[in-house]
Design a protein around this ligand. Structure first.
Ligand code: MN
Length: 503
């Protein structure tokens, strides 16, 4: 609906500025040098700085800001953040003004004027829904009153000619549903005025992990002006909110997991001895994008033979020899949500006896661990459980000596699987990194389960007939009231299924 309010905002930017002046008692005046033709861009097919339901109806439904994410959902997220800040203020008995600063990503260049693919800062995207670089979301909160202001790049004819349309200040409040929006150039002035108003303001800003170096310098300068400002990192708050997925996030995760599962199936089917790891990378990338993913969620591991002993092998430039196992760790990003799957298969279509023995162990351990998620352990406990299960099974086949004490058994198993067995998953691959893995899992979380075994010749006790083998099986799992639900179940992992796909 092109409401009267919007009309007023579009034609009276100075009035809009006045409203902000009244609210924040700052001396901000909005420059308006936009022409009347520019204001009519609402009917232009590329009206905004990102897809909308008007310009990209195949991606965005009415009422949505991002694919699958409605404005209502964004507002719920913002309310939760206000609740968290309120709770924090109340428990610590703080009555001062609180200002939460969430910066967007900036454009990063690989060489002169050649940008890397832009990926928005996840925390910023989660709360703002805005896909533009050089933006800032600010929450101000004092005495139960809160408001959100989105700072965006002002419209600029020259830049837009090269880089495409920007949403601009005039449209931002309507598109993103924040209380106010201002040009990003006004940020320093805005914050200075807020601090002036309440010299004891608490500024929540992550100063350890700098996203926008210029903004960071400005903030540090502002903080120096007064003595009693506190920089507190809000990241733990953001991640606590992001940890539990909403219904629409779960839907997006289901799609992301389904697309990646199908892509890996196709990749296994297309694989044969003599092709390169790089070609399998291409296949999984192609299949994910052809089914709607924007790109792969991370550089995939495509490791043939003993390359699988290198946990983060991403060179992917070797020829796959007959008889090799291929370990592929790949997932896609679908509308901002990441999947993360690993499968290991014999390139010739049949496991050798040694490969089969180890594969069966990893598969059994993985299935056992998934079952035990019903008891809602912590991820760290799942890891200890894995070391125990894996250790016992490796003892059965004489890869680990029998009759060693338990602590030694766990340590030796860890040497054969030197990575954690699980991480949280969501918008980021290693999602909500500020959340400890020692807390119990809860319904609404999504996690991975990824035990592996890597028989590096250097590992103590490793019998030579297993040398160079590397196997990992990884699924993505939604935790529900009724137990674990495997979101990547479309991707087969049983020996017979894998052999059927690979031959
Ligand atoms: Mn993983």
């Amino acid at each position: 609906m092109f409401s009267g309010i919007k009309y007023w905002l579009r034609y009276s930017p100075n009035k809009f500025g006045c409203q902000l002046l009244a609210c924040f008692s700052t001396k901000i005046t909005l420059k308006s040098n936009l022409t009347k033709t520019e204001y009519t861009r609402g009917t232009h097919p590329h009206a905004c700085g990102q897809p909308t339901s008007t310009t990209h109806p195949h991606l965005i439904k009415r009422g949505e800001v991002l694919p699958g994410i409605s404005l209502q959902e964004l507002k719920r997220r913002r309310s939760k953040l206000v609740e968290c800040v309120t709770l924090m203020a109340n428990t610590k008995n703080i009555h001062r003004q609180q200002i939460v600063v969430i910066p967007s990503s900036i454009k990063v260049y690989m060489s002169d004027k050649i940008p890397y693919v832009f990926r928005q800062n996840t925390d910023f995207l989660y709360f703002s829904g805005c896909q533009e670089p050089d933006s800032i979301l600010v929450l101000t909160y004092k005495e139960d009153k809160s408001s959100y202001t989105l700072f965006v790049r002002a419209r600029d004819e020259h830049s837009e000619l090269w880089d495409g349309p920007r949403t601009g200040v005039e449209m931002a409040t309507e598109v993103f549903g924040t209380d106010y929006s201002l040009p990003v150039t006004e940020f320093e002035q805005f914050l200075a005025a807020l601090i002036q108003e309440d010299k004891g303001s608490i500024i929540w800003y992550d100063h350890a992990d700098v996203v926008q170096p210029i903004l960071h310098k400005k903030l540090c300068r502002l903080i120096k002006l007064t003595d009693n400002q506190i920089f507190a990192s809000p990241k733990i708050l953001f991640h606590q909110i992001r940890l539990i997925k909403s219904a629409c996030e779960i839907d997006l995760m289901r799609d992301s997991c389904r697309i990646a599962s199908d892509a890996i199936v196709k990749t296994i089917q297309s694989s044969k001895p003599g092709i390169s790891e790089h070609q399998l990378f291409t296949t999984v990338d192609y299949e994910c994008r052809m089914h709607g993913a924007e790109y792969l969620a991370y550089p995939p591991v495509v490791a043939a033979g003993r390359n699988a002993n290198i946990i983060h092998y991403i060179n992917n430039n070797q020829i796959i020899q007959s008889g090799d196992l291929v370990l592929m760790d790949a997932g896609c990003e679908y509308h901002g949500y990441s999947s993360d799957i690993t499968r290991t298969w014999p390139i010739s279509g049949k496991f050798t006896p040694e490969q089969k023995v180890l594969y069966e162990i990893v598969l059994d351990v993985q299935k056992n661990l998934i079952k035990s998620l019903k008891e809602m352990p912590s991820l760290d406990n799942a890891f200890r459980h894995m070391c125990f299960l894996l250790g016992e099974r490796l003892q059965d086949i004489n890869v680990i000596p029998k009759n060693i004490e338990e602590s030694k058994l766990l340590a030796t198993a860890y040497a054969y699987c030197p990575h954690h067995v699980s991480h949280y998953l969501g918008m980021d691959v290693h999602d909500t990194g500020k959340i400890s893995r020692s807390i119990r899992i809860q319904p609404g979380m999504i996690i991975t389960m990824e035990p592996g075994v890597y028989i590096n010749p250097k590992t103590p006790y490793a019998p030579s007939h297993f040398h160079g083998l590397g196997i990992r099986i990884e699924d993505d799992i939604l935790i529900t009231e009724n137990g674990p639900e495997i979101l990547t179940k479309n991707c087969p992992k049983e020996i017979a299924e894998i052999e059927a796909l690979a031959s």
